[in-house]
Write a protein that binds this ligand. Structure first.
Ligand code: AMP
Length: 511
């Protein structure tokens, strides 16, 4: 039977008529077939309908990664609902904001958080609160078990919403990006072809599923291809290395790759069965790319996307995967680099604001029409907030977030230029360059550096090494050392936190 639910119909093409084909290899050694997957998704959808979910209702979930949570995501979409996954790190106060803003009909949380979240859910008007634990049990699982198995197919068109994902909010208040069935399905279809996913692929799935990367990129691309996943509740280098002989692909954030490089088990032999390593969500250092290639013989394929747009660009499958770049616009996606003032495209080689248009782009921010208008032009281009530059071969390089751009004495400083120089210095592991309030210059440049072990680098040695490399106004006025840069779960450096920590650095400076 052909489904009239746009997204689920499109996601299930890869497994049509392949009931016995494997979908997931679980940590306990069991295998979940596609037949089981879709039966469980159907039953979950039936449980949501029984809970009173009507088309367009939000279904919020804050739970540990489990197969049952994946059923909930797909089941909510099949039931005509809008899935709203929430980062497991959010506190009760943050959850209060999200529930108040999104007003979900159903909220599913971890049993351990139920007592604290119940009053919050109640005041947000949640009709059904239920629990789901990491092992897939809980009051929600009981409701699913009791639901009928009759086929569910709530008609939804390409324009209907399938999900709301709140932006990671490393700066400012988190906004709910409304993603249509078309945005989600079209991106998965494009990625399947671009990255050559087939039913024979076995993807190592160790990313969280509250974020676009693990939820939509990894899961939906595999579903459309009819391939399978090795389901991992979290990132564990030992488990990943043990899985590689039966896997063909992995999607990860850069920290996956740096941590795996620290593992003695990572060798050419260990990855002999793998065909593809994808990285995204945060910048992959060129050094990591190089070391990975030396150790494994594989060039990591780096891509660029965001919550609001799904995936925008990718290095090529065949051809040169260039370290430090995020490759070319994906088929059907327009990615331009513009002068922020005029919106006109800037010439190749010039830095500008990255704007994106295509079926992958979100419909707008949930209940924030003004914000949507600010960031989405009438011609359909979304102003991503990322800054980038195209080279003469058409590769896009990201140079930072426009919010991280430093303006010192009226001059623009792109942190990435300085970070690149510092990162290349002996004895430096990595760095983050930030702008701090400065009484004379508006902002003063400062660098926060992580040493490579006990290396002999100092503020003076770094400043000295930069003297001949950078114009005076770009040179940091201070260098701080830390053991680790603050990062969120997706590996993004939290520059807002660094700016806060060092906010008073130049407060009393007069020079
Ligand atoms: P999120 O909405 O949490 O997925 O964050 C999206 C942001 O992550 C983008 O706007 C970029 O700033 C950043 N990002 C995504 N992919 C990459 C990449 N390959 N390199 C550098 N930054 C990236």
């Amino acid at each position: 039977m052909t489904l009239s639910n746009n997204l689920i119909r499109r996601l299930s093409v890869g497994s049509d008529g392949r009931h016995d084909a494997p979908f997931a290899y679980m940590p306990d050694g069991s295998t979940v077939t596609y037949g089981q997957l879709w039966a469980d998704v159907n039953r979950t959808a039936a449980a949501l309908l029984a809970a009173g979910v009507t088309p367009g209702d939000r279904v919020a979930v804050q739970a540990q990664k489990s197969l049952q949570m994946l059923h909930l995501v797909l089941g909510a979409q099949l039931a005509g609902g809008v899935i709203l996954p929430l980062n497991t790190a959010y506190t009760a106060n943050e959850i209060a904001y999200f529930l108040g803003d999104a007003e979900p009909a159903v909220f599913i949380c971890d049993p351990a958080a139920e007592a604290a979240l119940a009053p919050i859910a109640k005041s947000a008007g949640v009709k059904t609160l239920a629990t789901l634990s990491a092992d897939g049990t809980g009051s929600w699982a009981d409701r699913v078990a009791a639901a009928p198995s009759d086929p569910v197919d709530v008609p939804r068109t390409a324009e209907d919403l399938g999900g709301i994902l709140y932006t990671s909010g490393t700066t400012g208040r988190s906004k709910g990006a409304m993603l249509t069935h078309e945005a989600l399905a079209s991106n998965a279809e494009v990625l399947k072809d671009y990255w050559r996913f087939t039913k024979d692929d076995v993807l190592i799935h160790a990313l969280p599923i509250f974020h676009t990367h693990g939820l939509f990129v990894a899961t939906n691309t595999t579903l459309v291809a009819g391939g399978s996943i090795i389901f991992m509740p979290k990132f564990d280098p030992d488990a990943i290395l043990a899985a590689m002989p039966r896997a063909t692909a992995m999607m990860g954030v850069p920290t996956f790759y740096t941590r795996l490089l620290d593992h003695p088990g990572l060798t050419r032999e260990a990855v002999a069965n793998m065909r593809l390593f994808v990285s995204g969500s945060a910048p992959l250092l060129a050094e990591t790319h190089d070391r990975w290639r030396e150790t494994t013989g594989h060039a990591i394929l780096e891509r660029y996307g965001m919550t609001e747009t799904n995936m925008n660009t990718s290095n090529p499958y065949d051809g040169d995967r260039r370290a430090g770049t995020v490759g070319f616009p994906l088929p059907g996606v327009e990615v331009i680099v513009t002068n922020p003032e005029t919106g006109e495209a800037v010439p190749t080689g010039e830095i500008g604001a990255i704007e994106v248009r295509g079926p992958n782009v979100f419909a707008g921010y949930w209940r924030m029409p003004e914000k949507t208008k600010e960031e989405k032009r009438e011609n359909g281009f979304f102003i991503t907030g990322d800054l980038g530059v195209y080279d003469e071969r058409g590769y896009l390089t990201l140079v930072g977030r426009s919010k991280d751009l430093i303006i010192t004495g009226g001059f623009n400083v792109y942190p990435k230029e300085i970070e690149g120089l510092i990162d290349d210095m002996d004895g430096v592991k990595e760095s983050a360059v930030i702008g701090l309030p400065h009484p004379d210059f508006g902002e003063g440049v400062a660098a926060v550096v992580v040493k490579d072990g006990e290396a002999d680098v100092s503020e003076a040695s770094i400043l000295d090494a930069l003297k001949d490399e950078l114009a005076r106004f770009k040179q940091p006025k201070r260098v701080f050392f830390v053991d680790e840069l603050p990062r969120n779960t997706m590996g993004k450096v939290q520059k807002a936190a660094l700016r806060e920590t060092y906010a008073d650095t130049f407060a009393k400076t007069t020079a």
